[in-house]
Write a protein that binds this ligand. Structure first.
Ligand code: FPP
Length: 214
């Protein structure tokens, strides 16, 4: 969800205003994607690298996560189930504050009965760290069982082993490169680049992205 900062700057607004608009856009995109019968939508909400941003910006983005995870009525009305991927809270290096942990847990619990689209939020997430951890755990398995560290064994230890392969990866705001996001899962993904900053991402862009795989 790139380009919140640039979107705000163009309007003479603080970067935080761009993130606020980005959260609204996300709520709209979730609704529109669910209406189009998208099965899984995964968004990069906060990376392991984002902690180095100014504390006030980090606080603001964290607050927006609480806001999003608090949209329970809306998520339920759209039959959307919430999941999360990221560095486990009980592992060394985890920095996720307790209120965000609670917001994530509550949203997962309070939407678990839904049967429609799965919205996975990547928070405190980094793909290389995810793969390195999975390989470490696969090595432990291999040592105890005499097996090998195969791709299947690694896949079993990703943060959410049920996350399906990515069909289409969307990158906004004119960035024509991928980032540290779902590198394992996106092996066969089509990639949709758009110049639209994330707050301007709308139904037309969503349709264009989905057209790559329909
Ligand atoms: C990248 O744009 C965006 C982020 C680091 C934050 C994404 C967060 C939101 C859209 C808020 C709501 C999301 C959730 C999941 C609650 P940038 O800040 O790097 O913008 P720039 O590239 O223009 O500087």
């Amino acid at each position: 969800m790139d380009g919140n900062g640039r979107w705000a700057k163009r309007r003479g607004l603080p970067r935080t205003a761009g993130h606020t608009a980005g959260e609204e856009t996300l709520a709209t995109v979730v609704r529109e994607a669910a209406r189009r019968n998208v099965g899984w939508l995964t968004v990069f909400g906060f990376s392991t690298e984002n902690w180095v941003r100014p504390p006030s910006e980090v606080r603001h983005i964290l607050g927006l996560h609480r806001k999003l995870f608090g949209r329970i009525d809306e998520l339920n009305a759209n039959n959307v189930r919430v999941r999360w991927i990221g560095r486990p809270f009980d592992e060394p290096g985890s920095r996720t504050p307790a209120p965000i942990q609670k917001a994530i847990r509550d949203a997962i619990r309070d939407t678990s009965h839904n049967t429609g689209m799965v919205l996975t939020v990547a928070f405190d997430y980094g793909s290389r760290a995810e793969i390195a951890r999975a390989a470490r755990l696969a090595a432990v398995d291999a040592a105890s069982s005499g097996g090998t560290i195969s791709p299947t064994a690694i896949a079993r230890h990703l943060y959410d082993p049920e996350l399906p392969p990515v069909d289409v990866l969307v990158r906004t705001s004119g960035e024509t490169r991928i980032s540290n996001f779902l590198l394992w899962q996106a092996r066969q993904a089509r990639v949709f680049f758009t110049d639209a900053a994330w707050p301007d991402f709308g139904a037309d862009e969503l349709d264009a992205a989905l057209a790559l795989v329909s």
